[in-house]
Design a protein. Structure first.
Length: 310
């Protein structure tokens, strides 16, 4: 399980930190407001949402390409490969929605554009390299050069993938302050502000738990640390579940079921988490199956959250 995938999955709708509960908008929030008000704020949040969706799907797609490249390189050198990994075409619809970096990012816009353009270029390069590798393997040209070209293309793909991940994470880090500020503007008088902030608390705690489990999966399981993080998450889930969704504006009435669904999936995540702790306590290590179940459960929570806040 690559760290990059966990990170991409852990990034939620608008930002990874809790929205300020103060009545006054922050200085950066006022800057966004002065630039173009709600329009600029919405543009920033749309860019954030679309980029995170693109990064998530692209990361998974590249993961499958990397696995294919590894297998291709091995097969081309004469090693036994039972079945070549299947790479499904990327359905990155979110990327196509990004027309430009919003002006609301102000002085950070140029730096964000540079990283975004790098991300875009590496994304395209990887696809070209992958097509080249597929053609080479399908035509069995490796029988002529004993896999030399396959190994070279695989190294190119790995280098390009690392550059894509680096630029992608840089974009995420740079858009965060502006996204936090835009969120303040949008939520200032929003009817669902209380529920969105509380639900974001759940996601922040969840992300912190995922980060811990990822580290322990790669190393040694620490029951005390895991249990402490679990308890913190359980409290935020309980607090959110106790909120009575009472938004009087009728246009948000359908959000009640989505809010309840989010809390149910969060509770189910806790069930999976307890199982992981129990299993790892006995073996001293987090198993592959348990971490996969945690990842799957996390994605269900994330999808429920995104449905609720969008």
């Amino acid at each position: 399980m690559r760290k990059i995938i966990v990170l991409a999955m852990a990034l939620t709708f608008t930002s990874v930190s809790v929205i300020s509960c103060k009545k006054d908008i922050s200085t950066l929030g006022k800057s966004v407001l002065n630039l173009g008000g709600a329009n600029d704020a919405n543009a920033i949040i749309d860019f954030n949402n679309n980029f995170l969706d693109s990064y998530k799907s692209t990361s998974r797609h590249i993961e499958s390409i990397l696995k294919y490249a590894d297998a291709a390189s091995a097969k081309a050198k004469g090693e036994r490969v039972v079945m070549m990994p299947i790479v499904i075409n990327s359905m990155d619809y979110a990327f196509g929605k990004i027309k430009e970096v919003p002006s609301g990012f102000g002085k950070d816009k140029a730096a964000i554009e540079a990283d975004f353009n790098m991300y875009k270029a590496k994304k395209e390069n990887i696809e070209k390299k992958f097509e080249e590798l597929k053609s080479y393997m399908n035509s069995e040209d490796y029988k002529d050069d004993k896999g030399v070209k396959a190994e070279a293309i695989t190294k190119d793909i790995e280098t390009e993938a690392q550059a894509l991940f680096t630029s992608g994470e840089s974009v995420i880090a740079k858009i965060k302050p502006g996204t936090d500020a835009a969120e303040e503007v949008i939520l200032k008088d929003h009817p669902m502000k209380e529920y969105i902030i509380s639900s974001k608390n759940v996601m922040n705690s969840l992300d912190s738990n995922i980060d811990l489990l990822d580290k322990q999966y790669s190393g040694k399981f620490n029951e005390a640390e895991a249990q402490k993080k679990y308890d913190e998450l359980a409290k935020t889930v309980e607090a959110n579940s106790k909120l009575d969704f009472n938004v009087k504006d009728p246009q948000y009435s359908y959000k009640k079921s989505q809010f309840e669904s989010f809390n149910k999936t969060a509770s189910s995540f806790l069930d999976t988490y307890r199982k992981l702790i129990r299993d790892a306590k006995g073996t001293g290590k987090i198993s592959d199956s348990d971490i996969q179940q945690i990842d799957s459960s996390y994605e269900s929570v994330l999808n429920s959250y995104n449905s609720f806040v969008k």
